[in-house]
Design a protein around this ligand. Structure first.
Ligand SMILES: [Zn+2]
Length: 277
């Protein structure tokens, strides 16, 4: 067999080797094709850079090229889906190691931690993804917000906006208004978690902002700027109460007892490690 023939056969086999991946927000399994060494190599290069934004883009792009269901818009998936997919890609494509060298923060001795992917996948399946509705009142206006998980579209849109402001700082060309907006943007990452918003005055009927999620993130941020002081604090409390932010930490972190001093140590497993070769 010629090299080119072999290459063709391997390529054909790779693209036809299909497996199922569970996507939490869709609550179903979706077909994926397998990852090639070439794709793994380019991912690996990006992982080494350690730029959170590049990692987000690179892993989203690779997921969208592996997914075999064209009816799914990858940008509508949530961050938890992205993590869940990466954990499963590790398992199916046999990437990386399951043993981590951990240094105990208390006694400073090292120990080996064996990571159980099945347990993590079980945790992911048990997370409730239902949006939570909450009411609060400020200055005789009633606000109802529904909080849930931001989509990848929102997360990327948000990082675009903060990058734009960061660039302006570097260029030193900021107007006062921009300076104000910039501090608002950096303080309001939680805005991504608002999925629906209702505003209601005492004498006005329910007023749902219909196109809230359809409008751009920049427009949503603009709208938030006009909210009364105290609004962001209320939203923050609601999000913390509903645990959306912590779910992701729960998944990448496991508490283990140090075998030397028995202290509880939080071990975080970063999905980017799976793609380092
Ligand atoms: Zn220890």
């Amino acid at each position: 067999m010629q090299l080119t023939e072999a290459l063709q056969q391997i390529n054909d086999n790779n693209s036809s080797f299909i497996y199922k991946v569970y996507i939490p927000s869709l609550q179903k399994e979706v077909m994926f094709r397998s990852l090639s060494v070439g794709e793994l190599k380019s991912l690996s290069k990006i992982m080494v850079e350690d730029d959170t934004e590049n990692l987000l883009y690179a892993t989203t792009t690779i997921i969208s090229s592996l997914i075999q269901d064209s009816s799914i818009n990858i940008m509508d998936l949530i961050e938890l889906d992205r993590l869940a997919i990466l954990f499963q890609l590790k398992k199916i494509n046999m990437l990386g190691d399951d043993n981590y060298n951990v240094t105990c923060g208390k006694c400073e001795k090292q120990f080996l931690f064996e990571y159980d992917l099945n347990k993590v996948l079980e945790k992911i399946k048990n997370i409730s993804l239902t949006n939570q509705t909450n009411d609060f009142e400020i200055n005789h206006m009633k606000y109802t917000i529904e909080v849930g998980y931001p989509t990848l579209q929102d997360i990327m849109g948000y990082s675009e906006i903060s990058k734009r402001f960061a660039q302006k700082i570097e260029e030193g060309k900021k107007t006062d208004e921009e300076k104000e907006k910039e501090s608002f943007v950096s303080a309001s990452f939680i805005l991504k978690y608002i999925r629906l918003l209702y505003v209601r005055g005492l004498s006005i009927n329910d007023n749902k902002i219909d196109n809230f999620l359809d409008s751009t993130l920049a427009d949503r941020i603009l709208l938030m700027e006009h909210m009364p002081a105290g609004f962001m604090n209320e939203v923050n409390n609601i999000i913390v109460k509903n645990r959306q932010i912590y779910d992701i930490l729960d998944i990448i972190g496991t508490i283990v007892a140090c075998p030397h001093c028995h202290a509880d140590i939080l071990v975080k497993v970063d999905p980017k490690d799976f793609f380092m070769i």
